[in-house]
Ligand binder design. Structure first.
Ligand code: NAI
Ligand code: MG
Length: 490
């Protein structure tokens, strides 16, 4: 018998996976996309188009229309007509059927949507396949069910639709954010003009094709592409009854100012700077896995990303050691590869922002640690990064970076941990890691944030409301709570 090599129990970081790229055979991306208005794709009156690229390669994927003011007017007009003549008049049960149809078609074409999401935005295919697209379909299923039950959701309140809704979404979860916006609006009898982000418009345009296929009456959903100016024109349009926005806090504030004094209703889903708090009695391996998921998931392009970490002093050395070990195994690279953990940064602008904060953090005196992985030569990439010995006043602790960058601090007592976690202008989400149920209740009730996870992170479900306190926004999306902002309640 040949003498077998002695197995090594040491952790070996040299192993690599073979490439496992997802195929793109089943996907068609047009060379050029027009605007989806009144049930048809129409050329923009502005006559201008812009490129959307694949941030993993820098290559152009398609040309997309830049909607000007006249185009925004046409979309709002179509939505108004559909609201007044068809959608609000239709029996709620029938509305529900259309929304179910969208959900089912999305499930059928899930692979195609996942591939396009990854190509256009740079997120790992594993995430778009397992998280973004299934959750988007679930959202349509969930709100389809509410369509004919609104009277039960708000007993005695005589719920009625608001009218035309202008919706603006960001680039971090393009299709999922479209679903978060469109599904509750349709279920409550409103019509929609939706503007996706300029770097990730393709899945929203695919959704427009799918909505056509679902035979939704013309004008109920209109999808117009463009950048900030298009968004601003939509927000300010006098015939838009409600604005729903997800994006940066600075644009959220501008929107709030620009519609102040009008009758428009609004919900704003803005930035975050979530704290993950690890207590000494936590299961450390589980906590480390959750921290990794919390900040490196989707390149940290997540408004509820766990971008601040507070570790109880007694377990600090072991947490940091295990965190670094685990970070070293993360695979950064081709988002289309099924083994990739961290994909491309969404745009050059976003990479520049992240790099700016890496410089700021070092200047402020925090210790920067990055993993040793190699990065592809083309496209936009950032290594998973830790800032150790960060302090409360540091900008990397106070400001949203929106990248794979984690600022680490310590605390001694639970009171100190809570005080530090709450010392932020934001209040969207947070995480608590401890073995003690009573501690979970005590701590979570004292952290001022809309969602707090305990011994897990980044868990989403359409039935659970989501939204922030302070500068993280106004209003809730998801669940029963997510219906109210789309209704007049008498
Ligand atoms: P942004 O807020 O400018 O973009 C979000 C959406 O708003 C896009 O569709 C954009 O076209 C639109 N928009 C831009 N200016 C507008 C205006 N004046 N009126 C109406 N709509 C407008 O965010 P950006 O510049 O892409 O990212 C900047 C930072 O914002 C990021 O670094 C990140 O910190 C934060 N962010 C937060 C998000 C969240 O989910 N909370 C999502 C995206 C960005
Ligand atoms: Mg793109």
């Amino acid at each position: 018998m040949a003498k077998s090599k002695k197995p090594t129990l040491e952790f070996d970081t040299d192993w690599t996976y073979d490439p496992a790229p997802e195929s793109t055979d089943h996907v068609t991306i047009n060379e050029r996309y027009k605007l989806f208005i009144n049930g048809r794709f129409v050329a923009p009156k502005s006559r201008t188009y812009f490129d959307t690229i694949n941030p993993a390669t820098g290559k152009k994927l398609a040309e997309v229309a830049a909607a000007g003011e006249a185009d925004v007017n046409a979309a709002v007009r179509a939505a108004r007509k559909a609201a007044d003549t068809i959608w609000s008049k239709m029996p709620a049960r029938e509305r529900g059927k259309y929304i179910y149809r969208i959900a089912r078609l999305l499930q059928e074409r899930a692979r195609e949507f996942a591939v396009i999401e990854t190509l256009d935005g740079g997120k790992p295919i594993r995430e778009s396949r397992d998280i973004d697209i299934p959750l988007a379909a679930n959202h349509f299923f969930y709100y389809a069910g509410w369509a004919d039950k609104l009277a039960y959701a708000f007993p005695g309140k005589n719920p009625s639709p608001i009218g035309v809704v202008g919706q603006i979404i960001p680039w971090n979860f393009p299709l999922l954010m479209a679903a978060w916006k469109i599904a509750p609006a349709l279920a409550t009898g409103n019509t929609v003009v939706l503007k996706p982000a300029e770097t990730t418009p393709l899945t929203a345009l695919k959704l427009a094709e799918l909505i056509q296929e679902a035979d939704l009456p013309p004008g109920v959903v209109n999808i117009i592409t463009g950048a900030g100016a298009t968004g601003a024109a939509l927000v300010q349009h006098p015939d838009v009854d409600k604005v729903a926005f997800t994006g940066s806090t600075s644009v959220g504030k501008m929107i709030q100012q620009s519609i102040a004094g009008t009758r428009k209703k609004y919900t704003l889903e803005l930035g975050g700077k979530a704290a993950n708090i690890i207590f000494e009695d936590a299961t450390i391996d589980q906590a480390v896995e959750g921290i990794i998921n919390g900040i490196f998931f989707n390149q940290g392009h997540v408004c509820c990303a766990g971008s601040r970490l507070f570790v109880q002093e007694s377990v600090y050395p072991q947490v940091i050691r295990r965190l670094k070990d685990r970070m070293e195994t993360l695979i950064v690279g081709d988002p289309m590869d099924k083994n990739t953990d961290i994909g491309a940064i969404n745009s050059k602008e976003q990479l520049d922002t992240i790099k700016k904060y890496l410089r700021i953090g070092q200047k402020e005196g925090a210790d920067m640690y990055q993993t040793s992985c190699s990065l592809p030569r083309k496209g936009y990439w950032c290594r998973p990064t830790l800032f150790l010995n960060a302090s409360q006043s540091h900008r990397i602790v106070q400001e949203e970076i929106f990248g794979p960058v984690l600022a680490v601090q310590t605390f001694r007592t639970p009171e100190e941990g809570i005080a530090k976690a709450n010392n932020t202008p934001y209040g969207l989400s947070g995480g608590v890691w401890t073995d003690k149920g009573s501690k979970i209740f005590k701590i979570t009730s004292q952290i001022r944030a809309g969602v707090i996870w305990a011994n897990t992170y980044n868990k989403f479900d359409p039935s659970s409301p989501f939204g922030g306190y302070k500068e993280s926004g106004v209003g809730r999306e998801g669940g029963l709570h997510g219906l109210a902002p789309y209704l007049n309640l008498g």
